[in-house]
Design a protein around this ligand. Structure first.
Ligand SMILES: Nc1ncnc2c1ncn2[C@@H]1O[C@H](COP(=O)(O)OP(=O)(O)OP(=O)(O)O)[C@@H](O)[C@H]1O
Length: 588
């Protein structure tokens, strides 16, 4: 259908111009010709992805329901555009909405702390409202928030549910499925990328949006390529630490460490005294009797203030790929439930400026805007953060691509602890070119029993992805992880603020000798560190039960400073717990 102006939709809405083009169709600025003043409105076109009459009816039905929800939201909340009408024309669906005159946040240059804070404070009640209605927005990002000119209030546009409707399908068993995950790579948290958004997923995306406003950078510039954690404080060194802690808590990797509700986050933000921990305490506090250890030579890292111009780097968000398809474990040095030990550094000695102060050249993640065709081998890496640190997933992705798995490459990091209690690598493959390919791939990545794992990989999963059932495979929990993996796992645990676990994996001799057996001094120290990165490990000795690993660490402190440590860690395998214990350490 040619929609060049002055095309009229529904014999009423005269198209003035195109505002945007997304995964499901176009968004237009239009004139309502059936109103005396011919007011301006926004017409959003939505095209179903599956073209079958049975599916069409389903989409039609769901579209009506979603439109009714949007009508209610727009009527009841001033910071959500009003729905004026909805209609169908030529097998396409349309929403007619209030035009919000103002500036989308992605067009703002860096905001001040005060402005960013106000935007957050103005949006949290909107989230409380929609969450109370049982609705998760699912695509919060600067592009989907318009700062209204008339009152400078942020208005939330582009709710995800209605777009999800367009991906509805009916599987071979006759049940309704959706073949797409709504959200924008980079802005959505792992559980949402894995197809399980929850209320705190919106809080994560909102906090990240605010961090983008504060730093003038996009998520790829703020994401640690090794761990995928959001590292941003070095760009805004003078930020109120309380405000920063609130944002960091909403940005926690594990949903259980975040605020559960928008109202909780709002309350934390409005609390005057800086008492919010960056994540909830995981252990009962022990009265401190020894002054907390702090780095004696923390090096100040001048923050990079050069604008990366995130507003100009377009993330074409929208749909991102296919929901869970066929799962099996890749590589997996099978591992134990939770990771091992660190040493709280007493001094930080390396004067090298932090690499975090220079913009990360990682390009924005690719977006899949249509479901991959079954002919293409499409794969997704899904991995736990503890593994990511040691595995360099980007590299593996490249390798997989060069091995012929040239589908849409994305790797996401879901919180699988809810499902299996254990983190593990998982590859989701839409379709194999044969079972042999699966076996070969797993063998290539070190899986000792690829046949066993590939038993789950059907040689011919069928033409429709919906015929494939998601499966989970747990790695063998009794297998031993390598010593360097043990070290990396430990620091990943510390980054998650799971201090009690870290402490439990230090030998009693270590605790006594280096920490005066003071758990609270240990946690206090780690609480001053925003993120610790394991930059390098080298196993210099490994006799099975004992190993020595030279480890280089970088500390990004919450106050914006950066420091480094080189340690020789002496590890001891604990058979009863299946973990590496740190017996001792030397500073190098
Ligand atoms: N109610 C509105 N008032 C003013 N501008 C709007 C409104 N809704 C959308 N826009 C603008 O229209 C453009 C396209 O918006 P929209 O988010 O609806 O679609 P998209 O990003 O093209 O596609 P997708 O729905 O796949 O994300 C954006 O620039 C957005 O700011």
């Amino acid at each position: 259908m040619d929609m060049t102006p002055p095309f009229c939709l529904d014999n009423r809405y005269q198209i003035e111009r195109t505002l945007g083009r997304g995964g499901f169709g176009e968004t237009f600025l239009a004139k309502d010709t059936k109103m005396p003043s011919q007011p301006i409105c926004v017409v959003k076109q939505l095209k179903p992805l599956i073209h079958q009459s049975q599916v069409y009816q389903l989409v039609q039905d769901r579209f009506q329901k979603e439109a009714a929800i949007l009508e209610k939201l727009g009527k009841e909340h001033r910071q959500i555009p009003q729905l004026y009408a909805y209609f169908e024309q030529e097998s396409q669906f349309y929403l007619v909405q209030e035009y919000i005159e103002g500036t989308p946040l992605n067009q703002l240059v860096k905001t001040t702390e005060g402005e960013a804070r106000q935007i957050l404070l103005d949006l949290l009640p909107v989230l409380t409202y929609i969450h109370n209605q049982g609705i998760i927005h699912r695509d919060i990002k600067p592009d989907n928030i318009i700062l209204r000119q008339s009152d400078q209030k942020p208005v939330l546009i582009d709710f995800g549910a209605v777009r999800e409707t367009m991906g509805l399908d009916i599987n071979s068993r006759g049940s309704t499925t959706s073949s797409i995950v709504i959200g924008t790579p980079g802005f959505m948290p792992s559980e949402q990328a894995a197809g399980r958004p929850i209320f705190s997923s919106d809080l994560y995306s909102l906090a990240l949006t605010i961090v983008c406003l504060l730093t003038g950078k996009l998520p790829p510039d703020l994401t640690d390529p090794q761990t995928s954690e959001i590292v941003w404080r070095t760009y805004v060194p003078n930020i109120d630490p309380h405000f920063a802690n609130v944002l960091d808590r909403a940005l926690q990797y594990l949903p259980r460490d975040r605020f559960k509700l928008a109202s909780e986050m709002q309350q934390a933000l409005q609390t005057v005294s800086p008492t919010i921990p960056s994540s909830p305490p995981t252990v009962p506090s022990i009265p401190p009797s020894i002054p907390s250890q702090s780095p004696t030579e923390v090096i100040s890292s001048p923050p990079s203030r050069q604008g990366a111009g995130w507003q100009s780097a377009v993330i074409t968000g929208g749909i991102v790929g296919i929901c869970a398809v066929l799962g099996f474990v890749l590589v997996s040095p099978p591992r134990t439930p939770d990771p091992p030990p660190p040493t709280p550094p007493e001094t930080v000695t390396n004067p090298t400026p932090s690499p975090e102060t220079t913009p990360n050249p990682t390009p924005p993640p690719e977006t899949v805007t249509t479901p991959p065709t079954p002919q293409v081998s499409t794969f997704y890496f899904l991995a736990d953060s503890a593994y990511r640190e040691q595995s360099n997933m980007a590299q593996r992705l490249r390798e997989l691509r060069s091995a012929g798995y040239n589908g849409a490459g994305q790797f996401w990091i879901p919180d699988y602890s809810n499902l299996s209690g254990q983190p593990y690598y998982q590859v989701y493959v839409a379709k194999f070119e044969g079972r042999d390919r699966c076996v070969e791939l797993l063998r290539q990545y070190g899986q000792q029993q690829p046949d066993a794992y590939c038993a789950l990989a059907s040689p011919n999963p069928g033409d429709s992805m919906n015929q494939i059932t998601a499966q989970e495979v747990r790695p063998n929990p009794s297998a031993r992880i390598s010593p360097d993996e043990g070290v990396r796992d430990h620091y990943a645990q510390v980054n998650r603020r799971n201090y009690s676990e870290g402490w439990s994996r230090l030998s009693s001799n270590f605790r006594q000798q280096h920490l005066q057996n003071d758990y609270s001094a240990y946690t206090n120290w780690w609480d001053t560190v925003a993120h610790v990165a394991v930059e390098r490990t080298q196993v210099v000795q490994n006799s099975g039960d004992q190993a020595t690993v030279i480890t280089q660490l970088r500390y990004d402190m919450k106050n914006g400073n950066t420091g480094r440590d080189r340690l020789r860690l002496y590890l001891q395998w604990d058979n009863s717990r299946n973990v590496w214990i740190v017996r001792d350490r030397d500073k190098l």
